[in-house]
Design a protein around this ligand. Structure first.
Ligand code: P5A
Length: 449
């Protein structure tokens, strides 16, 4: 992508309305624009990061056996009256009437709708287990939308729903999703720590939230520090094996939100040198709630003995529009964002230090073609701007590697590579620059665990 033809409205000044660093940087880097309280447009750079995050989520969901579909944002109130949640959900739910004065709502979640799809089509235990997911916008009229897309009113959610014949089957589905989540966050360069959590308006008696630790996190969490460097489980492509040992291994270490524990229990449960009281950003939340929706809504199958069985369900959420700021909270410095390669909007930025100089332009064009041919996702800063402004923009928007070329280097046949994360610089022959970048970038793509 040529920067001269891109749409990147960066801001020089730090926006006053932003309280936390990720919100400031998303505004300054031209990633989002606020449209109303808790409502944001995703500008091209932000949208590119969001899509990379969504793709990782889809890959790990598909690998775990979940099947993607798409449900609408508007739902009929009648469906929610069946489960009893239409009145119970309260003011967070945006209620709408159509021209026929029929009650609708903008979905804050989809347990009812997916249960309706299930009961329409699924008849036999032979069709189980089944896990269906979608990635769709949600609306929650939060009391306090804040921190940009971290807690917004309109936000994107990946929500998956599992259906099983009994509790044991539902637990297997839960374990599969648990492992998929560990892998998903790892692939984004994050440590997503599972914590015992409160089930809130979704219900049920078992849930785990996945948290990214950050000082600005909204939740107080208590954990065993051994959780920070546990190896991420590799699994066969279809997640076929018994995953309960992995689940038991991770959950045997203490980790809970402050709603679920207190300091006294935490002391008593974790040895002093491993105790960590921290703040966390909730990036995912998984629930087992048995027959809470299937029972009132009549979601049942014929069992092996010919009798009807009410199915056991769980639901599994991830917030892609919250993950973007979560990655930034975990990875930035005074100059701007530092994207992990796997979610970076571009993997490399080519900086032409003297746009308009025929020799430099030609050499940069050749490098740009070579970068594209090597399969590196590259932004080419071809603008007629001072070098300092280009360096500042490249640092601010957080591209992992900068490839820098000007007339002086060109005379000696040399280019420079700057590593965004470490600040390290290397000078190398023009002819070997692209191969070197490829060697640096490819191992960091984390397309496998
Ligand atoms: C699980 C999937 C549910 O809604 N039903 C379907 C269950 N869970 S949840 O915890 O309420 O939300 C799941 C994830 O969505 C993200 N999220 C948000 N992101 C941005 N702004 C918000 N206001 C917001 N609310 C929830 C979180 O990542 C949460 O874990």
């Amino acid at each position: 992508m040529r920067l001269s033809r891109y749409f990147l409205p960066v801001l020089k000044e730090s926006p006053k309305e932003a309280e936390i660093v990720s919100h400031k940087l998303m505004l300054r880097a031209g990633m989002i624009k606020q449209q109303a309280a808790g409502s944001y447009s995703w500008l091209p750079l932000g949208f590119k990061v969001l899509n990379k995050i969504v793709k990782i989520i889809e890959e790990e969901q598909n690998r775990s056996g979940a099947v993607q579909l798409l449900m609408p944002t508007l739902q009929s109130a009648d469906l929610w009256r069946e489960s009893g949640r239409y009145d119970a959900y309260g003011k967070e739910m945006l209620r709408i009437q159509d021209r026929h004065e029929r009650d609708l709502l903008y979905g804050p979640t989809n347990e009812e709708m997916i249960t309706d799809i299930f009961r329409t089509f699924v008849r036999s235990y032979k069709d189980l287990p089944l896990n269906l997911y979608h990635i769709q916008w949600k609306f929650r009229d939060e009391v306090r939308p804040r921190f940009g897309t971290m807690r917004s009113r309109e936000f994107l959610m990946k929500d998956a729903y599992s259906f099983d014949l009994d509790e044991a089957g539902a637990k297997r589905a839960f374990h599969r999703m648990f492992v998929a989540y560990l892998r998903t966050f790892y692939r984004m360069g994050l440590v997503g720590i599972p914590m015992r959590a409160d089930t809130g308006p979704i219900g049920g008696d078992m849930s785990y939230e996945f948290h990214v630790l950050a000082d600005t996190g909204e939740s107080a969490v208590f954990l065993d520090s051994d959780l920070l460097d546990k190896p991420i489980p590799a699994v066969d492509t279809d997640f076929n094996g018994d995953l309960s040992p992995i689940f038991n291994d991770w959950t045997s270490l203490f980790a809970a939100t402050d709603e679920m524990t207190d300091e006294a229990t935490f002391r008593a449960s974790v040895s002093g040198n491993k105790q960590m009281a921290a703040r966390g950003i909730e990036v995912g939340h998984i629930f087992y709630f048995g027959t809470k929706y299937s029972e009132p809504m009549g979601a049942k199958v014929t069992g092996p003995d010919g009798k009807d069985v009410i199915v056991h369900m769980g639901s599994y959420g991830i917030g892609p529009t919250r993950l973007v700021p979560a990655v930034i909270e975990a990875s930035h410095d005074d100059n701007g964002i530092i994207w992990p390669v796997s979610v970076a909007p571009f993997e490399a930025v080519l900086i032409n230090l003297k746009a308009g100089d025929a020799g430099t332009d030609a050499a940069c064009e050749a490098l740009y073609a070579e970068l594209n041919a090597a399969g590196l996702d590259t932004l080419y800063d071809d603008r007629d701007q001072p070098a300092g402004a280009k360096f500042a923009t490249a640092d601010l928007i957080g591209i992992p590697y900068q490839l820098i070329l000007g007339p002086r280097g060109l005379k000696d046949g040399q280019a420079e590579i700057k590593h965004r994360k470490t600040g390290e610089r290397e000078t190398l022959p023009l002819g070997s620059a692209v191969a070197r970048l490829k060697g640096l970038i490819e191992p960091q793509r984390r397309d496998k665990v």
